[in-house]
Design a protein around this ligand. Structure first.
Ligand SMILES: Nc1nc2c(ncn2[C@@H]2O[C@H](COP(=O)(O)OP(=O)(O)OP(=O)(O)O)[C@@H](O)[C@H]2O)c(=O)[nH]1
Ligand SMILES: [Mg+2]
Length: 486
């Protein structure tokens, strides 16, 4: 998208003509249209697909900090999220303010303008770019007379649509319930009438009635369901722990692919392993981790895991619910952090991803695996952008998962960074022990191999457990397998 926020509005319904320049009074108090975010049909072949779409939405954001470009990027992303959730974006408006209005998110005077935009396009939903309080949502809903949701609810909705596995579904439901719990009173007009005007504010006059009892009952039900989900998630993560434990015992190093949503993580897994996992130009296409085994060019086996992507302001309910999945990521030996070179602000994406990683890492006392930055989609990024990124990220590997450029270099770099097995050993394995030879090849790092009349003579570095298994075949006079350093 090349148009900027300050371009004149193009739609006929507009009454907000944005001004140029920064923050003059008029601008501060106006709603600006974010041009180019409408997702109206441009291609008839889309008709069939769009028929399924339920909502016609207007987006609204409050720009409180950062540059105009960042504010716009956030709105562009919100529109992509809305589309991913199946909505048609009619319009996008943004207000520059020092902070969101505590009552109505955008300035209360601007709500009328927003309502006009809603009515002009026949929208049925307004999506706010942030996490709103239950009171803000309710007040806006009352004024706009259409459903109002926030970014958090939108992301939760996408996750709910995309979750496939039992584990993923349970995690999403838990996140949704924890989002819903404090908002129970704010939702549904009938409900708030029952408990009086101050419903969202807590108990007070009129706060105890039949409605209250009903809400308490609902709350209790939700809490019970949440504990059940937590138990289920814990049990499922136990199973995965066991599987992972067995990989650990076999000392197979693990690599986790992390990165912003839509950066090309799944494509990279496919490029590296031919896995054939789902690749989609949609946010949060992947929710369930996929693990594939592959090997380095020198024959060491390792696992690669593709997992859920991150996004700016990833709802903390989701981070909480996906904690077990995310923690597994944090236990990898190496993180391959994929960055989309075609994004206008890849630095912000890197920052957002690292923030989530830090959040997970804090639970683990700050111990994070080493990170290898991989800049993807070099085939579509501009030369200037690539030059800038090469300068900014001198240690990154530049690849195109689509074209295969840089993949060999990436493999080599992964091989370098993978932990090496720690025991240096020389073995003479009789030919009947072919399976042990194969294991040394798969799990260890073979330094030399020679076929002698008595068997295979191997010089290798292997993990502790394998070293014990092959100890009877250790060649005498060679250093004892006691972990002679790396
Ligand atoms: N041009 C180009 N497009 C790419 C490349 N790699 C991935 N893509 C596209 O980017 C989009 C997202 O790719 P995915 O591999 O699904 O990305 P992801 O990071 O797994 O996304 P989520 O699972 O949704 O978080 C798809 O439309 C891919 O075809 C690349 O090297 N070049
Ligand atoms: Mg994916």
């Amino acid at each position: 998208m090349t148009d900027t926020m300050t371009e004149p509005a193009q739609t006929a319904s507009t009454q907000y003509v944005p001004t140029t320049g920064d923050l003059d009074l008029e601008e501060r108090s106006s709603l600006r249209r974010v041009v180019g975010l409408s997702t109206e049909l441009t291609d008839v072949t889309e008709v069939e697909y769009r028929r399924l779409r339920l909502e016609r939405v207007v987006l609204v954001g409050v720009w409180t900090e950062g540059t105009a470009e960042q504010a716009r990027a956030s709105m562009v992303e919100l529109s992509r999220l809305a589309e991913t959730a199946g909505s048609e974006v009619l319009d996008a408006l943004m207000q520059r303010r020092p902070k969101a209005d505590p009552a109505t998110y955008i300035g209360s005077g601007k709500v009328d303008e927003l309502r006009a935009a809603v009515q002009a396009g026949g929208a049925d939903t307004v999506i706010c770019d942030g996490e709103l309080s239950p009171g803000q949502l309710r007040q806006l809903e009352e004024k706009l007379k259409v459903k109002v949701i926030d970014r958090t609810a939108l992301i939760l909705d996408i996750f709910a649509q995309h979750a496939r596995s039992r584990d993923g579904k349970a995690q999403v439901e838990l996140a949704q319930l924890s989002y819903l719990l404090p908002r129970l009173r704010g939702w549904g007009e009938a409900l708030s009438r029952q408990v009086g005007g101050r419903a969202a504010g807590g108990v007070g006059i009129g706060g105890r009635g039949p409605g209250e009892t009903k809400i308490e009952l609902d709350r209790r039900r939700i809490r019970t369901r949440m504990s059940k989900l937590r138990r289920e998630i814990a049990a499922m993560s136990q199973v995965r722990n066991t599987q992972r434990g067995s990989r650990r015992r076999n000392e197979i190093p693990s690599v986790a692919i992390v990165g912003y949503t839509n950066a090309g993580k799944s494509s990279l897994l496919n490029a590296l392993t031919g896995a054939g996992v789902l690749v989609e130009n949609a946010l949060f296409a992947t929710l369930d981790p996929t693990t594939r085994r592959t090997s380095t060019t020198d024959g060491r086996t390792f696992t690669l895991t593709d997992t859920v992507g991150f996004v700016r302001h990833l709802p903390h309910q989701l981070v909480e619910a996906f904690r077990s999945t995310l923690e597994e990521t944090a236990e990898a030996d190496l993180l391959v952090h994929v960055v989309d070179a075609s994004d206008p602000l890849p630095e912000d994406q890197i920052k957002a991803v690292r923030q989530v990683l830090v959040e997970i890492g804090e639970e683990r006392h700050g111990k994070m695996p080493q990170e290898l930055l991989v800049v993807n989609k070099t085939d579509v990024a501009g030369d200037l952008q690539l030059a800038r990124l090469r300068h900014l990220l001198p240690d990154a590997i530049f690849v195109s998962a689509h074209r295969g450029d840089g993949i060999t270099r990436l493999r080599a770099r992964i091989a370098e960074l993978l932990p090496r097995p720690e025991v240096d050993i020389e073995l003479l394995l009789p030919y009947v022990e072919g399976s042990l030879v194969a294991r040394v090849h798969a799990e260890g790092d073979v330094l030399s191999e020679e076929h002698t009349p008595d068997g295979t003579l191997l010089h290798a570095r292997v993990g502790g457990e394998l070293a014990t298994a092959v100890l009877p075949f250790a060649v005498p006079n060679c250093a004892p397998p006691n972990g002679s350093g790396r």
